[in-house]
Design a protein around this ligand. Sequence first.
Ligand code: R5P
Length: 305
Amino acid sequence: MGARNKIKIFSGTSNPEIAKKISACLGSKLGKLTISRFPDNETYCRFEEEIKGEHIFIIQPTCNPANENLMELLVISDAAKRSGARTITAVLPYYGYARQDRQSKPGEPITAALVAKLLKASGVNSVIVMDLHSKAVEGALKMKKIHLHALPVIVKYFRRKKLKDLCVVAPDRGALRNARKQARLLKAGVAWIDKRRLAASKVLVQKIVGNVKEKNCVIIDDIISTASTICEVSRFLKNAGAKNIYVAATHGVFAGQAIKKLSRASIKEVVVTDTIPQQNTKKRLKKLKVLSVAELFARAIERIA
Ligand code: R5P
Protein backbone atom coordinates (compact mmCIF):
# COMPACT_ATOMS: atom_id res chain seq x y z
CA MET A 1 0.00 0.00 0.00
CA GLY A 2 1.78 3.06 -1.37
CA ALA A 3 0.11 5.70 0.74
CA ARG A 4 0.90 3.87 4.00
CA ASN A 5 4.10 5.79 4.80
CA LYS A 6 2.16 9.03 4.28
CA ILE A 7 -0.28 8.30 7.14
CA LYS A 8 0.15 10.59 10.12
CA ILE A 9 -1.88 9.96 13.24
CA PHE A 10 -2.52 12.62 15.86
CA SER A 11 -4.49 12.45 19.06
CA GLY A 12 -6.71 15.02 20.71
CA THR A 13 -6.95 14.93 24.50
CA SER A 14 -10.25 13.06 24.85
CA ASN A 15 -8.95 9.47 24.57
CA PRO A 16 -5.15 9.28 24.18
CA GLU A 17 -5.22 5.63 25.35
CA ILE A 18 -7.12 4.38 22.30
CA ALA A 19 -5.03 6.65 20.06
CA LYS A 20 -1.82 5.02 21.34
CA LYS A 21 -3.28 1.56 20.83
CA ILE A 22 -4.43 2.37 17.29
CA SER A 23 -1.03 3.72 16.27
CA ALA A 24 0.69 0.74 17.90
CA CYS A 25 -1.52 -1.59 15.83
CA LEU A 26 -0.30 0.32 12.75
CA GLY A 27 3.30 0.06 13.89
CA SER A 28 3.63 3.85 14.06
CA LYS A 29 3.96 6.58 16.67
CA LEU A 30 1.56 9.43 17.32
CA GLY A 31 2.51 12.68 15.62
CA LYS A 32 3.59 15.72 17.60
CA LEU A 33 0.74 18.05 18.34
CA THR A 34 0.62 20.63 21.11
CA ILE A 35 -2.79 21.21 22.66
CA SER A 36 -3.29 23.70 25.45
CA ARG A 37 -5.67 26.33 26.71
CA PHE A 38 -5.46 30.11 26.58
CA PRO A 39 -5.89 31.86 29.94
CA ASP A 40 -9.58 32.33 29.15
CA ASN A 41 -9.87 28.57 28.47
CA GLU A 42 -10.15 28.77 24.69
CA THR A 43 -8.41 25.92 22.87
CA TYR A 44 -4.95 26.32 21.32
CA CYS A 45 -3.21 23.76 19.15
CA ARG A 46 -0.15 23.55 16.91
CA PHE A 47 1.25 20.80 14.70
CA GLU A 48 4.89 20.42 15.73
CA GLU A 49 5.85 18.55 12.58
CA GLU A 50 5.45 19.03 8.84
CA ILE A 51 2.10 17.73 7.57
CA LYS A 52 1.96 19.41 4.16
CA GLY A 53 0.74 16.93 1.56
CA GLU A 54 0.16 14.23 4.18
CA HIS A 55 -2.89 12.11 5.03
CA ILE A 56 -3.81 13.22 8.53
CA PHE A 57 -5.86 11.16 10.99
CA ILE A 58 -7.13 12.90 14.11
CA ILE A 59 -8.32 10.56 16.84
CA GLN A 60 -10.81 12.30 19.06
CA PRO A 61 -14.04 10.79 20.40
CA THR A 62 -16.42 13.61 21.27
CA CYS A 63 -17.41 12.13 24.61
CA ASN A 64 -18.05 14.06 27.84
CA PRO A 65 -17.17 16.96 27.99
CA ALA A 66 -18.63 16.89 24.48
CA ASN A 67 -18.49 20.64 23.86
CA GLU A 68 -14.80 20.81 24.79
CA ASN A 69 -13.83 17.71 22.86
CA LEU A 70 -15.77 18.67 19.76
CA MET A 71 -14.31 22.17 19.68
CA GLU A 72 -10.83 20.75 20.14
CA LEU A 73 -11.36 18.44 17.16
CA LEU A 74 -12.57 21.35 15.00
CA VAL A 75 -9.59 23.49 16.03
CA ILE A 76 -7.12 20.68 15.23
CA SER A 77 -8.75 20.07 11.86
CA ASP A 78 -8.61 23.77 11.01
CA ALA A 79 -4.91 23.84 11.89
CA ALA A 80 -4.31 20.75 9.72
CA LYS A 81 -6.09 22.34 6.77
CA ARG A 82 -4.12 25.56 7.11
CA SER A 83 -0.89 23.56 7.30
CA GLY A 84 -1.60 21.97 3.91
CA ALA A 85 -2.63 18.43 4.92
CA ARG A 86 -3.66 16.48 1.81
CA THR A 87 -6.63 14.82 3.50
CA ILE A 88 -8.05 15.07 7.00
CA THR A 89 -9.84 12.11 8.50
CA ALA A 90 -11.58 12.54 11.83
CA VAL A 91 -11.52 9.28 13.76
CA LEU A 92 -14.45 9.46 16.16
CA PRO A 93 -14.70 6.20 18.12
CA TYR A 94 -17.65 7.88 19.88
CA TYR A 95 -19.73 10.50 18.04
CA GLY A 96 -21.23 12.83 20.63
CA TYR A 97 -24.53 14.65 20.11
CA ALA A 98 -25.72 11.74 17.95
CA ARG A 99 -28.85 11.04 19.94
CA GLN A 100 -30.48 14.31 18.89
CA ASP A 101 -30.89 12.98 15.36
CA ARG A 102 -34.42 14.31 14.70
CA GLN A 103 -36.77 16.97 15.98
CA SER A 104 -39.11 15.23 18.38
CA LYS A 105 -40.71 18.58 19.26
CA PRO A 106 -40.88 21.82 17.25
CA GLY A 107 -38.17 24.29 18.18
CA GLU A 108 -35.49 21.64 18.80
CA PRO A 109 -32.14 21.34 16.97
CA ILE A 110 -30.77 18.30 15.12
CA THR A 111 -27.33 18.24 16.68
CA ALA A 112 -26.20 15.05 14.93
CA ALA A 113 -26.46 16.89 11.60
CA LEU A 114 -25.00 20.11 13.01
CA VAL A 115 -21.85 18.28 14.16
CA ALA A 116 -21.47 16.72 10.70
CA LYS A 117 -21.65 20.18 9.10
CA LEU A 118 -19.12 21.59 11.57
CA LEU A 119 -16.68 18.78 10.83
CA LYS A 120 -16.92 19.49 7.11
CA ALA A 121 -16.56 23.23 7.62
CA SER A 122 -13.39 22.71 9.67
CA GLY A 123 -11.75 20.80 6.80
CA VAL A 124 -12.55 17.16 7.58
CA ASN A 125 -12.79 15.11 4.34
CA SER A 126 -13.67 11.73 5.80
CA VAL A 127 -14.64 10.09 9.06
CA ILE A 128 -14.20 6.75 10.75
CA VAL A 129 -16.95 6.12 13.30
CA MET A 130 -18.30 3.24 15.35
CA ASP A 131 -21.85 2.13 16.10
CA LEU A 132 -23.61 5.39 15.36
CA HIS A 133 -26.89 5.75 17.15
CA SER A 134 -29.07 5.64 14.02
CA LYS A 135 -29.19 5.60 10.23
CA ALA A 136 -30.10 9.31 10.40
CA VAL A 137 -26.69 10.14 11.91
CA GLU A 138 -24.93 8.12 9.23
CA GLY A 139 -26.95 9.95 6.56
CA ALA A 140 -26.01 13.33 8.06
CA LEU A 141 -22.32 12.60 7.54
CA LYS A 142 -22.18 13.60 3.90
CA MET A 143 -18.56 12.70 3.26
CA LYS A 144 -16.41 9.60 2.79
CA LYS A 145 -16.93 7.42 5.86
CA ILE A 146 -16.25 4.05 7.38
CA HIS A 147 -18.85 2.93 9.91
CA LEU A 148 -17.40 0.23 12.16
CA HIS A 149 -19.21 -2.12 14.51
CA ALA A 150 -17.97 -3.46 17.83
CA LEU A 151 -20.17 -6.56 17.64
CA PRO A 152 -17.40 -8.97 16.46
CA VAL A 153 -15.28 -8.00 19.49
CA ILE A 154 -18.23 -8.38 21.89
CA VAL A 155 -19.34 -11.70 20.36
CA LYS A 156 -15.79 -13.07 20.58
CA TYR A 157 -15.69 -12.17 24.26
CA PHE A 158 -18.98 -13.91 25.08
CA ARG A 159 -18.15 -16.97 22.97
CA ARG A 160 -15.02 -17.46 25.06
CA LYS A 161 -17.13 -17.56 28.21
CA LYS A 162 -18.91 -20.69 26.88
CA LEU A 163 -22.10 -19.75 28.73
CA LYS A 164 -24.88 -22.35 28.68
CA ASP A 165 -28.60 -21.58 28.18
CA LEU A 166 -27.85 -18.25 26.61
CA CYS A 167 -30.59 -15.80 25.65
CA VAL A 168 -29.97 -12.47 23.91
CA VAL A 169 -32.44 -9.85 25.11
CA ALA A 170 -33.30 -6.86 22.91
CA PRO A 171 -33.73 -3.82 25.19
CA ASP A 172 -36.57 -2.56 22.98
CA ARG A 173 -38.52 -3.59 19.90
CA GLY A 174 -36.30 -1.50 17.60
CA ALA A 175 -33.29 -3.53 18.75
CA LEU A 176 -34.90 -6.89 17.91
CA ARG A 177 -33.37 -7.18 14.45
CA ASN A 178 -29.88 -6.68 15.88
CA ALA A 179 -30.63 -9.05 18.75
CA ARG A 180 -31.60 -11.80 16.27
CA LYS A 181 -28.26 -11.35 14.52
CA GLN A 182 -26.40 -11.38 17.86
CA ALA A 183 -28.29 -14.52 18.90
CA ARG A 184 -27.37 -16.28 15.66
CA LEU A 185 -23.70 -15.48 16.23
CA LEU A 186 -23.86 -16.63 19.85
CA LYS A 187 -26.08 -19.63 19.11
CA ALA A 188 -28.56 -18.28 21.67
CA GLY A 189 -32.30 -17.78 22.02
CA VAL A 190 -33.94 -14.33 21.73
CA ALA A 191 -36.32 -12.32 23.89
CA TRP A 192 -37.32 -8.68 23.70
CA ILE A 193 -38.50 -6.02 26.05
CA ASP A 194 -41.44 -3.71 25.50
CA LYS A 195 -40.28 -0.46 27.10
CA ARG A 196 -41.23 3.19 27.17
CA ARG A 197 -38.92 6.11 27.99
CA LEU A 198 -40.75 8.42 30.41
CA ALA A 199 -37.93 10.98 30.75
CA ALA A 200 -34.20 11.29 29.95
CA SER A 201 -33.31 9.10 32.93
CA LYS A 202 -36.55 7.17 33.47
CA VAL A 203 -37.59 4.06 31.58
CA LEU A 204 -40.67 1.89 32.08
CA VAL A 205 -40.55 -1.79 31.10
CA GLN A 206 -44.00 -3.07 30.22
CA LYS A 207 -43.44 -6.74 29.30
CA ILE A 208 -40.94 -9.37 28.15
CA VAL A 209 -41.63 -11.35 25.02
CA GLY A 210 -39.78 -14.69 25.13
CA ASN A 211 -38.55 -17.14 27.75
CA VAL A 212 -35.76 -15.96 30.06
CA LYS A 213 -36.37 -18.33 33.02
CA GLU A 214 -33.09 -19.94 34.23
CA LYS A 215 -31.28 -18.37 31.26
CA ASN A 216 -27.98 -16.54 31.09
CA CYS A 217 -29.25 -13.31 29.55
CA VAL A 218 -27.08 -10.99 27.47
CA ILE A 219 -28.26 -7.50 26.54
CA ILE A 220 -26.19 -5.84 23.81
CA ASP A 221 -26.93 -2.15 23.24
CA ASP A 222 -25.12 0.64 21.41
CA ILE A 223 -24.77 2.87 24.45
CA ILE A 224 -25.12 2.93 28.22
CA SER A 225 -25.74 6.53 29.25
CA THR A 226 -27.75 6.98 32.45
CA ALA A 227 -28.03 3.15 32.62
CA SER A 228 -31.80 3.54 33.18
CA THR A 229 -32.59 1.23 30.25
CA ILE A 230 -30.16 -1.50 31.26
CA CYS A 231 -30.99 -1.40 35.00
CA GLU A 232 -34.75 -1.40 34.48
CA VAL A 233 -34.53 -4.22 31.92
CA SER A 234 -32.24 -6.21 34.23
CA ARG A 235 -34.62 -5.80 37.18
CA PHE A 236 -37.45 -7.07 35.02
CA LEU A 237 -35.39 -10.02 33.75
CA LYS A 238 -34.39 -11.02 37.28
CA ASN A 239 -38.04 -10.95 38.39
CA ALA A 240 -38.88 -13.11 35.39
CA GLY A 241 -36.42 -15.75 36.64
CA ALA A 242 -33.25 -15.01 34.63
CA LYS A 243 -30.19 -16.82 36.04
CA ASN A 244 -27.43 -14.28 35.30
CA ILE A 245 -27.55 -10.99 33.44
CA TYR A 246 -24.67 -9.70 31.35
CA VAL A 247 -24.87 -6.32 29.67
CA ALA A 248 -22.67 -5.08 26.86
CA ALA A 249 -22.53 -1.82 24.95
CA THR A 250 -20.12 -0.27 22.50
CA HIS A 251 -20.09 3.10 24.24
CA GLY A 252 -19.91 3.39 28.03
CA VAL A 253 -21.03 6.98 28.60
CA PHE A 254 -21.99 6.38 32.25
CA ALA A 255 -23.76 9.71 32.82
CA GLY A 256 -25.22 10.97 36.10
CA GLN A 257 -25.87 8.17 38.61
CA ALA A 258 -25.09 5.37 36.12
CA ILE A 259 -22.19 3.84 38.07
CA LYS A 260 -24.13 3.77 41.32
CA LYS A 261 -27.16 2.24 39.60
CA LEU A 262 -25.08 -0.41 37.83
CA SER A 263 -23.21 -1.34 41.02
CA ARG A 264 -26.49 -2.01 42.80
CA ALA A 265 -28.27 -3.72 39.90
CA SER A 266 -28.44 -7.49 39.67
CA ILE A 267 -26.07 -7.54 36.75
CA LYS A 268 -23.16 -9.97 36.77
CA GLU A 269 -20.95 -8.08 34.33
CA VAL A 270 -20.97 -4.82 32.38
CA VAL A 271 -18.94 -4.98 29.17
CA VAL A 272 -18.05 -1.89 27.14
CA THR A 273 -15.34 -0.98 24.65
CA ASP A 274 -12.62 1.65 24.84
CA THR A 275 -14.27 4.15 22.46
CA ILE A 276 -14.52 6.30 25.62
CA PRO A 277 -11.75 6.19 28.26
CA GLN A 278 -12.76 4.04 31.24
CA GLN A 279 -9.73 4.10 33.57
CA ASN A 280 -11.66 5.92 36.31
CA THR A 281 -14.87 3.99 35.79
CA LYS A 282 -13.00 0.71 36.22
CA LYS A 283 -11.97 1.78 39.73
CA ARG A 284 -15.56 2.60 40.66
CA LEU A 285 -17.35 -0.29 38.98
CA LYS A 286 -15.73 -3.63 39.77
CA LYS A 287 -17.99 -5.59 37.43
CA LEU A 288 -16.81 -3.56 34.42
CA LYS A 289 -14.89 -5.23 31.61
CA VAL A 290 -13.39 -3.06 28.87
CA LEU A 291 -12.67 -4.56 25.44
CA SER A 292 -10.44 -2.78 22.96
CA VAL A 293 -11.63 -1.90 19.47
CA ALA A 294 -8.34 -0.24 18.52
CA GLU A 295 -7.46 -2.96 16.03
CA LEU A 296 -10.69 -2.33 14.07
CA PHE A 297 -9.84 1.37 13.82
CA ALA A 298 -6.27 0.63 12.74
CA ARG A 299 -7.48 -1.59 9.89
CA ALA A 300 -10.01 1.10 8.85
CA ILE A 301 -7.27 3.74 8.76
CA GLU A 302 -5.27 1.50 6.43
CA ARG A 303 -8.32 1.12 4.17
CA ILE A 304 -9.09 4.84 3.95
CA ALA A 305 -5.54 6.10 3.40
C1 R5P B 1 -31.76 3.67 22.88
O1 R5P B 1 -32.24 3.91 21.79
C2 R5P B 1 -30.32 3.32 23.02
O2 R5P B 1 -30.00 2.19 22.26
C3 R5P B 1 -29.94 3.07 24.48
O3 R5P B 1 -30.73 2.01 24.98
C4 R5P B 1 -30.16 4.28 25.31
O4 R5P B 1 -29.69 5.43 24.68
C5 R5P B 1 -29.44 4.11 26.64
O5 R5P B 1 -29.66 5.25 27.43
P1 R5P B 1 -29.73 5.17 29.01
O6 R5P B 1 -28.53 4.41 29.47
O7 R5P B 1 -29.73 6.60 29.46
O8 R5P B 1 -31.01 4.47 29.37
